[in-house]
Ligand binder design. Structure first.
Ligand code: FES
Length: 123
């Protein structure tokens, strides 16, 4: 099983998600097996204004560990990331970064503004 540990800049309790990448897609937004795909399927409302089509920056996440286990970014992702608020050297678009390794251990930081405030607000 692959594992994603999700840390929230907003201070919400972290989550650990275990899943089998071979079973992707898990829902209908983003690349199959992408961080967006996995998080949405596990009740984490990562923003995805363009529907996971690599056309916005709302799904921006920061990879804190295991980044080498993700699919590499392409030019269109890199171009968009250049415009993402709070860009870091390990930033990715959640809808484009696919977990391919069945034993991957990924640590993802979700920036504060990346969570949908309506469904994600926990006080
Ligand atoms: S949801 Fe728009 S680029 Fe990922």
């Amino acid at each position: 099983m692959a594992r994603i540990r999700v840390i929230f800049e907003s201070g919400e309790p972290e989550r650990v998600i275990e899943f089998d990448p071979a079973r992707a897609p898990f829902q209908h937004d983003g690349k199959p097996g992408s961080i967006l795909d996995v998080l949405l399927a596990h009740g984490i409302a990562l923003e995805h204004a363009c529907g996971g089509n690599c056309a916005c920056t709302t799904c921006h996440v920061i990879i804190k560990g295991g980044g080498e286990k993700l699919s590499p970014s392409d030019d269109s992702e890199d171009d968009l990331l250049d415009k993402a608020p709070g860009l870091t050297p390990t930033s990715r678009l959640g809808c484009q970064a696919v977990v391919e390794d069945p034993d991957a251990e990924i640590v993802v930081l979700v920036p504060r503004y990346t969570i949908n405030q309506i469904s994600g607000h926990g006080g």
